[in-house]
Design a binder for this molecule. Structure first.
Ligand SMILES: [Zn+2]
Ligand SMILES: [Zn+2]
Length: 339
């Protein structure tokens, strides 16, 4: 079968690899659509493990079912989680499923940028979700990123009527804008430095869009009756933008650290200001099965529309072009490959 082998953002090769064979408890799926994630083009994160087949935002069709698998039928359309929690360790029981050791060591084989994917037994048990017919293959590539965003906002305890500031308007930022609107935020403000993304933030429902090169906290006050934001979500690894986020949280507010920085980046935080203002600093990583179920429900009920975020649907053969579009981040939002 064909697969896109990742070496670097500008070196993604279409190669022939053996079609995976499944064993008892496993299933084989044919990938119908596979989204390129912002994390796929973070070279500091991916290159040390290269060469490898990436892709974890998939819509697929079940084509083979191993012995002992009874609740999944050949021919059904599914979303499959690449990482699944054990559901039983102290972290899982405390609601922190995404820091579970099992979640961090599970994966499907070889990755979503391939024609077929073998789903190991533990993923079959905890990570296969039926896709309703109203959710298209392309829309289903948003299940994983939307699950991460749902998790973040749930942990941040977003209250209806509040003001939300989203720093960085890539796919994650735009999903945060949409979810905040759907969850009853009174005002959503977004930032970015790229015109294309600023326009996308307006389309996604942000009432105000601030250029990240401006004085962001002052601009937030100007648009928010003199107050800073109740919830700030940082969706970029740019140190300067994260600092803007820390400077834009209102008293008693929350800052959700959603995106990683480069490993060597140092972020200076206004410690005493945060202390005196009772600001809550939280982070979120990934999504749990509960977040995935919520994401599918929101997409199926059309409470979150994602069609406007899709800028490119390419064949697997154009994987390299797709990676470069996402890495450049100038004229694309969501790029989807169809193996
Ligand atoms: Zn992702
Ligand atoms: Zn666990």
């Amino acid at each position: 079968m064909r697969a896109a082998m990742y070496y670097a953002n500008d070196d993604v090769r279409i190669v022939d690899v053996p079609k995976p064979k499944i064993g008892a408890g496993e299933i084989l799926v044919k990938v119908r659509a596979s989204g390129i994630c912002g994390s796929d083009v973070m070279e500091w994160y991916r290159k040390p493990k290269a060469p490898l087949v990436l892709g974890h935002e998939i819509a697929a069709e079940v084509v083979e079912v191993g012995a002992g698998v009874d609740r999944i039928e050949v021919g059904s359309r599914v979303f499959v989680s690449h990482h699944v929690p054990c559901g039983a360790c102290r972290y899982c029981l405390a609601g922190h499923e995404t820091v579970c050791d099992t979640l961090r060591t599970t994966n499907f084989d070889p990755g979503g940028f391939a024609e077929f994917v073998r789903v190991p037994a533990i993923n079959v048990k905890h990570g296969v979700f039926a896709l309703p017919s109203g959710v298209s293959d392309e829309e289903a590539t948003f299940v994983e990123p939307l699950a991460c965003v749902i998790r973040g906002q749930r942990l941040a305890d977003l209250r209806p009527g509040g003001t939300v500031l989203v720093i960085g308007s890539g796919v994650a930022g735009l999903l945060h804008v949409k979810l905040a609107k759907a969850s009853g935020a009174a005002t959503v403000i977004a930032t970015d430095v790229v015109e294309f993304r600023k326009a996308a933030a307006t389309k996604a429902g942000a009432e105000y869009v601030i250029d990240g090169r401006e004085d962001v906290p002052s601009k937030v006050k100007e648009t928010n009756e003199g107050r800073l934001a109740d919830l700030v979500v940082t969706c970029t690894g740019a140190a300067k933008a994260i600092a803007q986020g820390f400077a834009s949280v209102d008293r008693g507010g929350t800052i959700l650290l959603f995106a990683p920085t480069e490993p060597a980046a140092k972020i200076v935080i206004p410690f005493n200001a945060l202390w005196r203002e009772e600001v809550t600093v939280i982070s979120s990583y990934g999504g749990s099965p509960r977040d995935v179920r919520d994401a599918i429900e929101l997409l199926a009920g059309k409470r979150i529309a994602v069609g406007d975020l899709i800028t490119h649907v390419l064949p697997l053969a154009s994987a390299k072009e797709g990676f470069q579009l996402v890495a450049r981040a100038l004229d694309s939002i969501k790029v989807i490959l169809r193996p």
